[in-house]
Ligand binder design. Structure first.
Ligand code: FAD
Length: 320
């Protein structure tokens, strides 16, 4: 069976959920071989094996922490040359997309970014993407070289599928460009205790209808009752009510959670572009004619400052 390289996103050995989802998709097209780099790479093996990795290629060096993505591209290319895989899968984070794009250029292959599904095809893996602000769903395959595909978080279930997960040290020689751009400082994301917006299974977003920074606590309380991330429309961000890092949409982040709750958001095309692939969409809006209601699974017509606290209370009551 063909091998499929899976680039591992991890923090000090703790494998992030989008990588486990990639393993589910990789198993549809071949045998997953994981590539884990940087501090703690060796500690990823147990989780990767549990989710289907037949082999885990690891490498650590100071270059991964000290420089931008090129050392990682060098290592992924070394893994590619060692394995000759049928495809290379990378999580669709900003860094993942840069690594994938650079690899595709180096190996002369086609690339598909931001896939939301992946299946085996007669002529290679077929990726599903959401295009033109989610107005279309397209299916495509790479017709030149080895497919390099980045996949958005929440695109597949995490499935246990125990495999050997044999750890092998990867041999990497860094290119001259590897040390071309040095990291001079890192500022960690403010610790809110909430999941990362693009990876969260549930996102609760607020828009102009929230009507003030102080009212965002209503959105946060609902998010916290569900273990969700908080999102915001550009109108709410531009008004200074919530940070830009939480903006969902064309010029913000693209999310694809199991559940998206839009509160006081009209549903402009630029907002839809960032959330329309969510599995279940709920909107709370006092205007029954708001365009957001055209795409929802469930809609509540009402004042969010009344509806959202009631919803939060009900959820907390049911949670006991
Ligand atoms: P509005 O459109 O003003 O809607 C507010 C909604 O709240 C209304 O439907 C109203 O009925 C409802 N409401 C008001 N009070 C209440 C209440 N008490 N209870 C319940 N409902 C209430 N937008 C994004 O979101 N993300 C982007 O990334 C983005 N990128 C853009 C890029 C470009 C190039 C451009 C031109 C625009 C972009 N926009 C983006 C802006 C976008 O066009 C809209 O202006 C924006 O999404 C509107 O935000 P909103 O829905 O919160 O506000």
């Amino acid at each position: 069976m063909a091998e499929v390289l899976v680039y591992v996103d991890h923090v000090d050995g703790a494998v992030r959920k989008p990588t486990l989802e990639l393993l589910t998709l990789a198993r549809r097209i071949g045998e997953p071989v994981a590539v884990a780099l940087g501090p703690g790479a060796g500690n990823t093996a147990a989780a990767l094996a549990e989710h289907g990795a037949v082999k885990v290629l690891t490498h650590d060096a100071a270059e991964y922490a000290d420089y931008l993505v090129v050392p990682k591209v060098d290592a992924l290319q070394a893994a590619y040359e060692a394995v000759s895989p049928a495809a290379v899968l990378v999580p669709s984070s900003a860094e993942g997309k840069e690594i994938a794009a650079r690899l595709a250029v180096r190996i002369g292959s086609g690339i598909i970014t931001d896939a939301v599904d992946l299946e085996a095809g007669d002529e290679g893996p077929v990726a599903t993407q959401s295009a033109f602000a989610a107005s279309f769903t397209t299916k495509s395959r790479v017709s030149k070289g080895t497919p390099v595909i980045t996949v958005k978080p929440n695109s597949a279930a995490v499935e246990a599928a125990p495999a050997a997960g044999a750890v092998e040290a990867l041999t990497v020689s860094f290119s001259e460009k590897a040390t071309g751009t040095k990291v001079t400082a890192r500022t960690p994301r403010e610790a809110t205790g909430r999941p990362e917006l693009t990876e969260a299974a549930i996102v609760v977003s607020g828009g102009r209808g929230v009507n003030g920074a102080e009212n965002f606590s209503v959105i946060e309380n609902l998010a916290d009752s569900l273990g969700a991330a908080v999102g915001a429309s550009r109108a709410a961000v531009d008004a200074g009510w919530y940070p830009h890092s939480n903006q969902v949409g064309q010029t913000g982040k693209s999310v694809s959670p199991q559940l998206y709750i839009a509160s006081g958001i009209s549903g402009a095309i630029q907002h839809r572009a960032g959330m329309q692939t969510s599995k279940t969409i709920v909107a709370i809006n006092k205007d029954a004619e708001a365009p957001i209601f055209d795409l929802v699974d469930y809609g509540v017509i009402g004042d969010l400052l009344e509806v959202v606290p009631q919803l939060t209370d009900e959820i907390k009551t049911r949670q006991g």
